[in-house]
Design a protein around this ligand. Structure first.
Ligand SMILES: [Zn+2]
Length: 306
């Protein structure tokens, strides 16, 4: 009977030890793991937001930037507040022309001057014919031949400086820059300011279909007159033999009262002087006169432009 009261004492002691250990455990746990239970501090909040905002960056996916995409500028542009080419003006802003003369041929030569220009000028002089040269490229070292053209009574027009279709027909700014470069090149070499021009490839072609209306509008506003053609030797279309070129010229000239004939003043046409001489003589026999273009001459233009 004496031992029975000892047992409860031992049990109570053990229970007390266990409770004490539990309390200590809770205190220790609470002391060393407060962060798990704490509310996020402001610093923690910012960090979380930052992570939420920028955490996609490490995925290496480029974030789109507001830089403009390299698409072409609008084709129809507003007139600049200041004209970037204040001297680039012709003399026919009205678009009116003299009454057309029938039985007239206007010979035009593109892409020169070249190695054959001199022989061509000799032939024209021999036949007492005045023609038109739509020249291209840097003519600063060809002053003599250009001045001879003018001295002999021919007309010089702008063709292009680079003759790079993709560049000049990229947009209106590119065309004007190229045109102006050639305009000044001729002006500097001769003191003569061209007033007429020819589009590379003609006024409408596969490179400028998106742009030609704007270009024609702008160049007409500036008083320049452009000329297409209704007869060609097809020398740019693979017809190389002089006899065949002559035949093309004569066949296409049949029954046309007014003719603007296109040939190319290039070294690919070493016999151009002979071809032109034969053409002139044949057409004169048929009653045609030959004249040089100027900005008062009514143009021949491709029919699909209104
Ligand atoms: Zn050309």
């Amino acid at each position: 009977m004496q031992s029975s009261p000892k047992k409860p004492q031992n049990n109570s002691f053990l229970v007390g030890i266990v409770l004490l250990l539990c309390i200590c455990f809770l205190i220790i746990t609470d002391e060393f793991l407060p962060a798990k239970k704490a509310e996020p501090s402001p610093q923690d909040t910012i960090t979380a937001e930052a992570v939420a905002t920028f955490s996609p960056a490490p995925s290496a996916t480029p974030v789109p930037t507001p830089v403009p995409t390299p698409t072409p500028k609008p084709l129809v542009q507003e007139a600049p507040p200041e004209d970037p080419y204040p001297e680039l003006y012709g003399d026919n802003v009205t678009g009116e022309f003299a009454p057309p003369e029938e039985k007239t041929v206007y010979l035009t030569f593109d892409d020169g001057p070249s190695d054959v220009t001199e022989s061509l000028l000799d032939a024209l002089k021999q036949e007492e014919v005045r023609a038109t040269f739509f020249v291209m490229g840097d003519v600063s070292k060809k002053k003599e031949i250009l001045n001879r053209m003018l001295y002999d009574g021919h007309t010089i027009g702008v063709h292009t400086y680079t003759h790079d279709y993709r560049y000049v027909y990229w947009n209106q700014e590119a065309y004007l820059a190229d045109f102006c470069r050639q305009y000044y090149s001729i002006w500097d070499a001769t003191g003569y300011r061209p007033r007429i021009f020819r589009f590379p490839g003609g006024s409408v072609n596969s490179y400028n279909a998106h742009l030609y209306r704007d270009l024609i509008s702008e160049m007409s506003r500036r008083g320049f007159v452009y000329y297409d053609w209704n007869v060609t030797s097809e020398d740019a279309a693979g017809v190389e033999h002089p006899e065949e070129q002559l035949q093309e010229l004569l066949t296409q000239s049949e029954k046309k009262p007014r003719i603007i004939a296109l040939l190319h003043d290039t070294k690919k046409n070493p016999y151009i002087a002979e071809t032109v001489t034969q053409y002139i003589r044949t057409m004169k026999e048929a009653g045609y006169q030959f004249k040089a273009l100027d900005s008062s001459v009514e143009p021949v233009r491709f029919p699909y432009f209104k």
